[in-house]
Design a protein around this ligand. Structure first.
Ligand SMILES: C[S@@+](CC[C@H](N)C(=O)[O-])C[C@H]1O[C@@H](n2cnc3c(N)ncnc32)[C@H](O)[C@@H]1O
Length: 204
C-alpha cells in the first residue's frame, strides 16, 4: 500500500459525498441491477439473511439485496446519501455513521457488503476490523473495491484517500487476515481496474 500524502478526515469525506449526492441525485453510482444481482447471489444474499451495506451511498445495492429477500441495514457517513437511500428503500433501516463504528453487536450480520467505499476510510484497517467484527462466523463478505461504476461520474476529481491503492495486491494484503478466507476474487478491467472479492469469516 502506498503512503498517503495526506489523509482526508471523516468530515471531509462526508462533505465530498454530500455534495455528490446533491449534484447527481439518486442516479449516482448506479452500477445497474445486471451487475449487482449476480454479485449478491454469488455472496449468498437471499431470504432470511441479515445484511449490512457499509458505505451504502444512494442505496442501489440495498435495493437489490432487499429485492432478493434479505433484511438489509444501510450505513453511510454522508447524511445526504442516506437521505437518497431512505427514499429508494423505505423498508430498510439506515444509519448516518462511519463504518469504523457500526452500531450493532458482534456477529450480528450474515453478510456484509461494502462496494467502493472502504477505500475512503481514514483508518482503513480499523474499518476492516469493524466489518469483520459484526459478521458471523462462516458468513460472507462481498467487497468490490472500487467498482467500475464509481468512476464514470468522478473522472476528473481526486477521490478522498484513494491514492493509497496502487493495485489488486494492495487490496488482497489489506483484506486477508487470519480471520477470513478468500472464496473468490477477480479483477474487473477498465481504466481503473477493480479488485473484487468474496470472503468468508473463519470459525472461532
Ligand atoms: C463511491 S460511493 C459508493 C456507494 C455505494 N456503495 C454504491 O456502490 O452505490 C462511496 C460511499 O462510501 C461512503 N463512505 C466513505 N467513507 C465512509 C466511512 N468511513 N463510513 C461509511 N461510509 C463511508 C461515502 O459517503 C459514499 O456514499
Amino acid at each position: 500500500m502506498i503512503e498517503a500524502r495526506y489523509l482526508a478526515s471523516e468530515g471531509m469525506v462526508a462533505r465530498f459525498y454530500d455534495d455528490k449526492a446533491r449534484s447527481h441525485g439518486s442516479a449516482a453510482f448506479d452500477a445497474g441491477r445486471d451487475y449487482m444481482i449476480p454479485w449478491l447471489q454469488r455472496g449468498g444474499v437471499g431470504p432470511g439473511k441479515k445484511v449490512l451495506d457499509a458505505g451504502c451511498g444512494p442505496g442501489h445495492w440495498v435495493r437489490c439485496a432487499v429485492d432478493l429477500g434479505a433484511e438489509v441495514v444501510g450505513l453511510d457517513i454522508s447524511s445526504e446519501m442516506v437521505r437518497l437511500a431512505s427514499k429508494l428503500v423505505p423498508e430498510s433501516k439506515f444509519f448516518v455513521e462511519s463504518m469504523d463504528r457500526v452500531p450493532f453487536g458482534d456477529d450480528y450480520f450474515d453478510i456484509v457488503i461494502s462496494c467502493g467505499s472502504m477505500e475512503h476510510s481514514t483508518d482503513i484497517a480499523r474499518s476492516r476490523n469493524e466489518l469483520y467484527r459484526v459478521c458471523k462466523d462462516r458468513s460472507g463478505f462481498i467487497l468490490p473495491m472500487p467498482f467500475d461504476g464509481c468512476w464514470k461520474y468522478l473522472e476528473d476529481e481526486e477521490l478522498p484517500n484513494m491514492e493509497r491503492f496502487g493495485d489488486a495486491e494492495d487490496w488482497r494484503n489489506l483484506l486477508l487476515t487470519p480471520q477470513v478466507r478468500l472464496v473468490e476474487e477477480w479483477i474487473v478491467a477498465g481504466p481503473h481496474p477493480d479488485y473484487c472479492a468474496v470472503m468468508q469469516k473463519a470459525e472461532g
